[in-house]
Design a protein around this ligand. Sequence first.
Ligand code: BES
Ligand code: ZN
Length: 880
Amino acid sequence: MRDAQPKNIYLKDYQSPLFLIDQTHLRFDLFEDYTQVDSRLVMRRNRQQHQNNNEPLVLVGQQLALLDIKVDGELLTSADYLLEGDLLTIYKVSNNFELEISNRIEPQNNTALEGLYKSSGMFCTQCEAEGFRRITYYLDRPDVMSIFTTEVIADKARYPILLSNGNAVAQAELAAGRHSITWHDPHKKPCYLFALVAGDLMVKDGSFTTMSGRMVELKIFVEPQNIDKTDYAMDALKRSMKWDEDKYGREYDLDIFMIVAVDDFNMGAMENKGLNIFNSSCVLANPQTATDAAYQRIEAIVAHEYFHNWSGNRVTCRDWFQLSLKEGFTVYRDAQFTADMNSKTVKRIEDAAIMRTVQFAEDAGPMAHPVQPDSFIEISNFYTVTIYEKGAEIVGMIHKLMGDAGFRKGSDLYFERHDGQAVTIDEFVSAMEDANNTSLTQFKRWYKVAGTPRVDVVSHYDAEAKSYRLDFKQSTSEAFLIPIELGLIAQDGSVLEASLSSCAENKADCYDGQLFQLTETEQSLIFSDVAEEPVPSLLRDFSAPIKLNYAYSRDQLLFLMQFDSDGFNRWDAGQNLALDVIFEVMQQQKNGQPITVDQRLITAYQGLLQQSGLDYAMLAKAMLLPSVSYIAETQAEIDIHAINNARSQVQAILADALAEDLLCLYEKLNTQTAYLPEPAQMAQRGLKNTALAYLLKSSDPQYCQLAVNQFGTNDNMTDSMAALSSLVNSAYSTAASIALEEFYQQWSAEPLVVNQWLAVQAGSVEYGNLENINKLLSHEAFDIKNPNKVRSVIGTFAGQSLVNFHAVDGAGYQLLADKIILLNTLNPQIASRLVAPLSKWRRYVASQGVQMKKQLQRIMAQEDLSKDVYEVVSKSLAAE
Ligand code: BES
Ligand code: ZN
């Protein structure tokens, strides 16, 4: 337990700042045992919003050693201020004044990786959300925007590269081998976008000419051994810059854009103005060390952070309750970019799968919160799939409602109206409304209400009257505005022509032949002149983040798999069919009946494999059975072992039945082309490796050799890792061990590759993996202080190796809780994120649930629980 209960912060308590900071001058003197930070702030009272305010100045700082304070050049005495906890109160200040503060910090001992810290010998910062307060006393809130000038001083031999936001404006050689570089950022920004880097780095140079003809220097800074892994990120950056100009009319606004790769980073990457800092795993790649999946992630994250320059930096958040304003919108923008660069449908399938497995689960668990939350204890806990992915889905729905041109008008107005401001989600919606002369009042419910809306749909065909009716019913008593894309398909697979005869009792324009706007709790669409009973294709393109129920028969699903013109729904029909078959097998297992798999599923998959001309990336998606986590999410009470057994049985039966076709496909696709990280090749490798993984699940042992061969003979990490993974997740444990050993010998000097090696083992779906996890945790390659290693071993174990994490004796839960307790003091953000798998204990069968709960209680009983872990654990245990 903690000494004092951490307090909730409420959106309703928001007040504009009493003081503003026009200029921020920072000087960092970096040494090995401490860093001195001298700040000079040009400040004034915020008279515009607080007319008669004569309040004292209150700054926030965390874990700082205060040296001295001056106001307008006068040194303060201890009677002039109060330092209590994290708050520094200065009693008397005038309306306009300069505040100078000196303090010291110890970056070398900072394991939380917030504020200024050291990573593999270099200094770097992470200030979002509230890390700047670990650097100096400040108004650490996003609605205080300031012009920053930053001088960085360090030993020149150790730290030849000194970086901060904006442009380098001065440099000096100093005594004792030290040097100084001063940076100035002409754009005002909140302190969460501040960044500093000092290290011995090599740079990859590039350039981009903007749409108005300005030349921008592009620089990617990395440790020297990684300079051969920067090409792809540089190209992705240029593609992003071009795309944002073409698609949103957004031009870059500084003469230089820098990216730095660091090994120790809590997140993926950070959009600091002009100086993005990236987790090295999200920027470094070459064909030998990175998989296709890593390349795709790099492209998406480079784009995401770059896009923040407008959606986040130029227009930022008023307070952290508005986090989705920048994150939801930017995730939507990066998803559009990925869709444009690769396959639109595949991207939609991936995003829908994340919503359904991860976000729906979050929304049904103890940490459920609206996209605009109304309270939090620790903001770091709110960088969630709900804020990010559901937030992006909401922006996507606005896009569908406004249409392409309307959406662009809305975003143009938003950027123009709010440039240089810190604003709210409401202001984003207002810009969309104003630009389109429409009201989104009902729609805004999506931002304010947690939980996943369910829509039940029932159809009625009247053969005599030739009329067809779809009845929609929303699960919540107050209706959402839900955009539902739909179409009717005739029995020969063609688009069914039908005219809408009546809609929504007096809402005649609710369906335009494609998009239906469901606005009532109960609403019907009635079509006339319908010659035959159609099959409805509902929620095409996953047009809203909801659960839609319609009682499709298996034959109807087979029909949709084949004939739906919407790629997403073709895929979804296959998933629903497979799901239904797996449910049936679960039932057979439960009843002790013999296992049978509906021949129609096998035939359908066979059809997919033999159908020539199908897009490889789509085929790879269509071949995969719904994941264990997705199946789990559909269950009222989760029995992971029953789910896993049923799914594995279906998978094995499919593998045996399809082996010949799979082998044929594998051989066809296994061409020896020189590796390129481009979409067509990635799709081909993806499908080939899907076939390989299936073959290793069949009962014929000959296919093991296929994986062994692929492992030994290829020029790229994608094929090596796929072969290794298929071996590790198979019964061929000897072959797997040999390959794992060989792999480590080859790659032990490449940390990013070693992390993949750790992860592929930690995520094994074979029973009995727990012992191996303990070995990995004490392996020389593991380091509890490095978040990537923690994610590779502990995160992957709890998230992928489900049958072992949920081991019936509770040992998996205990292992996770042990590590959470250890990380609670080292790195609270990382510790807190690891609680999620335990937090949903109420959803599991009682025998598992009580053991999960027991571990949560054990964590709760710890001394010095961080706010981060406290919030998630206490909410998980709270009475419902
Ligand atoms: N602003 C965030 C990074 C961040 C999050 C910093 C939380 C501090 C606390 C950044 O823009 C981001 O969202 N990064 C994502 C990747 C992105 C592609 C969704 C990440 O780091 O996972
Ligand atoms: Zn972001």
